[in-house]
Design a protein. Structure first.
Length: 330
């Protein structure tokens, strides 16, 4: 019923493969590009497996989902709540920058699915409040970021608290050496899904505009110095709810954040590699939708522009005087 009420009519390619495999209990390492429906790919099997636990309220914490950013944690928990709204499942989100005391009090009540950032969950685990000895499903979204130098020690420490028969589901876009090393050491006969050749930039029209660097800086240098967390939360909330139409953000923010109304992405500073470019422009053209990417290109960016076009097998055309709205609005 939750799936029906979300309006999903058919699974995306990553959902079609991963949901069934995850339900068998096997470890998964799934690679797919942004906008292909990765979040639902693990939320559905996690919720479905929770419904099979007959002694649900006696199990301390059956499932955990970790993500690299606060915004992605909030988004993922909301998807879980919406898909599981007709189930007797308690979903909790916990991240840094919020009250630790409130989280501790919440964990004294039944929680069946915990969504959060690794540092905060590790803090709660080391305090003995978050009990992972019966956690049967451990999901890592944006796993390539979670296994970067910033997060990997916390992630591996967390996994040391899990039982031996746990199931680990990893979802990511890129496959750096750190991910391969982690897979070889900690995953048990994982099922490998690689859909990186699918839906690369489908539905996204890409343009570039050649400018001088000083022209770009003049546009934004008076707008931002430093945003406090509550200001950042408010800006994101207003953007999602349609109160404002434009959002300026960093690369970290763009990882996995799904806002259906986003159909235009402007790269103020052109990325240096194809991975970052995909994460950014993936905000538009989400699965089944159209989108537009506009890139501001300086003289120094010209080689990166050519290289990214070659690596992604795509064409970034010079911007036209008039852009037909039909290519990014439905």
């Amino acid at each position: 019923m939750g799936i029906y009420e979300k309006g999903f009519e058919r699974p995306s390619p990553i959902q079609e493969v991963s949901i069934l495999i995850a339900l068998t209990g096997r470890d998964i390492l799934a690679r797919a590009k942004n906008g292909t429906g990765k979040t639902v790919s693990f939320c559905i099997p996690v919720l479905e497996k929770l419904t099979k636990i007959t002694t649900l309220f006696k199990v301390p914490l059956p499932s955990v989902i970790i993500v690299p950013t606060r915004e992605l944690a909030l988004q993922t928990s909301q998807v879980c709540k919406e898909l599981g709204k007709h189930l007797k499942i308690q979903v909790m989100v916990t991240t840094g920058g919020t009250s630790l005391k409130d989280d501790i009090m919440r964990l004294y009540q039944p929680v069946h699915l915990l969504v959060g950032t690794p540092g905060r969950i590790l803090d709660l685990t080391k305090k003995g409040v978050c009990v992972l000895k019966d956690c049967s499903v451990f999901v890592m979204d944006e796993a390539d970021k979670l296994l970067s130098q910033e997060f990997q020690p916390s992630v591996e420490h967390l996994i040391s608290f899990l039982p031996q028969n746990r199931q680990i589901l990893m979802f990511l876009a890129t496959f750096p050496v750190t991910v391969k090393d982690f897979k070889d050491r900690l995953l048990k006969n994982p099922y490998i899904i690689n859909l990186m050749d699918e839906l690369t930039l489908k539905g996204i029209t890409q343009f570039c505009a050649f400018v001088e660097e000083r022209q770009k800086i003049h546009c934004l240098n008076t707008l931002f110095s430093k945003m406090l967390q509550d200001h950042r939360n408010r800006a994101f909330h207003d953007f999602r709810n349609g109160a404002c139409r434009n959002l300026v953000c960093t690369d970290l923010f763009t990882r996995g954040i799904d806002i259906q109304a986003v159909n235009v992405v402007i790269n103020f500073d052109f990325p240096k590699n194809a991975e970052t470019y995909l994460h950014r422009v993936g905000r538009s053209g989400r699965f089944g939708h159209l989108g537009l990417a506009v890139n501001l290109i300086t003289y120094e960016d010209r080689l990166n522009l050519y290289r990214i076009e070659q690596e992604l097998g795509t064409e970034i055309k010079q911007i036209q005087p008039h852009i037909d709205q039909a290519i990014y609005c439905q």
